[in-house]
Write a protein that binds this ligand. Sequence first.
Ligand SMILES: [Zn+2]
Length: 352
Amino acid sequence: MSEPPPTAVPIVRARSAREWEALGVACPSCHAPLDDAVGPALRCTGCGREYPVTLGIPDLRLLGDPYLSTAEDVTAATTLAGRDDGRSFGELYASYYEGNAKVPPEQVARFTHGVLAAADRAQATLQTWKELDAPMPTTGTLLDLGCGTAPLGVALACSGYSVVGVDAGLRWLVLARKRAAEQGIDLPVVCANAEHLPLRAASCTAVVGESVLENVADADAVVRESRRVLGPRGVLALTTPNRHSVGPDPHLGLLAGGWRSNATLQAHALRSGQVMPRRRLFTPAELTRTLRHGGFEDVRLSLPQFAGAQVSGLAAPLRLAIGAYHLIRRIPLVRSIVLQIAPAISVVARST
Ligand SMILES: [Zn+2]
């Protein structure tokens, strides 16, 4: 007899206000509980604000998305959900760029390769954090901050953790639901800004985030909010590109992009037909300082591992360089020197 198929998880599923509250979800403005007395929308029982629920995802954003208006984001998310007709996660992701003249096919192929490789990268990231002696708490809610299509959240949920994904792009959350559904996971996701987290104080035991701190409008506010939702002795684990990296720029591909002026990067983006990212890159020292100012201690940095799927598509010289990097990252003294110019930084810290 063959194995029964895994239970199908729909990408659109509504949750009640009570279910959201059990996960720690609250008003992003005043942090009071939300109710659903006004129908599908959620209403704050404190300040009275009303928040729409779109495709089962509460839209608790207080700020706009830097790349799309809220109306455009809702349209994009609804279009994606409508295309969930047997396509795989990767196919659904690539379809987002259909008809978008601003993003050339080569960039779509690079983005799609990136999101598919992200599942592998998430495992490598979790392994790096573990090496920093930061095991994920086995109780409570883990917040996947700026989850995007949620490779990290899905990897953690597959390991049995209770995860909530938060991202400012509704369209990415539809894709996060799809990535999770393919693994049989019904991942709770909420649309919100990382600077105004829709969670009660001390409602999470860990906040994890990959490639998020460099993309937010106000990284200091995000660190303070992470501290608030963690309460004392919570785990913060992040991975972010290194501004002083001498490798390819994480967004534009140009070598040592973090060392170059904005004007040079803009000119390169224009010349190569790429979208100029809005970002703030950190050096290891800047990252440490930002976390300490935001209420964290015991800040430990390391060199993130590369996953096999990230390396396989690269040119031979880069593959060799990454092989050497994997050897070096095991030698403590050399590691701390290489960290200064490495492509990315992994960090774990404890809230005070
Ligand atoms: Zn409120």
